[in-house]
Design a protein around this ligand. Sequence first.
Ligand SMILES: Cc1ncc(COP(=O)(O)O)c(C=O)c1O
Length: 352
Amino acid sequence: VTILSDRWSGLRKVPHVPLTELPTPVEHVPGLSERAGAEIWIKRDDRTAHRYGGNKVRKLEYLLGEAFAQEADTLITAGAAGSHHVLATALFGAEQGFAVHGVLVPQRFSAHVEEQVRAMLAAGAEIHPLRFGATAVAAIPALAARLRLRGRRPYVIPPGGSNLAGTLGYVEAGLELARQMEAGVLPEPDAVFVALGSGGTAAGLAVGLAAAGVTSRVVGVRVVPLPFANRATLGRLIGGVVHHLRALDERFPDVAAVARAQLVIDHDEIGEGYGEPSASGESAARLARERAGLELEPTYTAKALASALRQARDRLAGRRILYLHTLSSADLGPAIHGGPPLPRSLTRLFRQ
Ligand SMILES: Cc1ncc(COP(=O)(O)O)c(C=O)c1O
């Protein structure tokens, strides 16, 4: 059972497929705190599931639930070449018996990005490479229509998995974190830092924490262009999720305004753009490796931790900071070795 369905009985009808091993651990990291000048804690969402962790698995519990409820047999989703969301969908979708299609747009090459694509193929996903990101908006409904003509029943998951269903995964995570505070696992932090892409993680977390009465600020560290993640998009997502939950159980608290007020966006770590490594991100990744034994990647997690460390030096000096680690730490090596080599047609997904 989820905390959502346990606390609000009306939410028992929310479709949900268990994929995770929860709660994820929360750790105080003295080595990092000492360097940062603030008390640093890490919530280990890299360990949401044994096979493949990270933030996307929590979302997929509700997304696959909705796909089953709609009697879909096929999943379509999209992202950049190295998308953790597309890979998580490929792995857990296949495990649940869905055919999975990933529409991918080019991304700067790195060994990590290439590994992601190879793992998608090894999981049996069909990859549709696009030359330009702008064409993805039309490509997805076109693919869905083609699959319907072939008798398939596709369920479309938006890039990043941040529709209402997916965002519920992080409302649940916010409630889980609040419960860990109540149980004395950690004291209430002044701020929780998380990478901000499609927004479901930060928005859901803000709603879950607000619903539990936790007043920590949630800092979404923007790593995508402003039109994709801003106060308006997050505000709409928060409003939509709270409305959706209250329609199912009117006792769910009306926390939309509180959650919007507690969520702030840090726009200062995007650097040269989505997927482009930054100097502050690289230095944060080095510290994480040396002081916390954690591997970060440059697109999301390095920039999120860089924001936490920067603010630990000024406005949050001496305060308590929780960094939400959203990258899977599972080893994909064995899975990839069993899979096919990368076809030449997919090398155009990697920009130099
Ligand atoms: C490792 C990692 N962290 C954070 C995020 C951001 O989550 P969201 O898209 O919910 O904003 C993503 C999304 O792709 C991700 O892959």
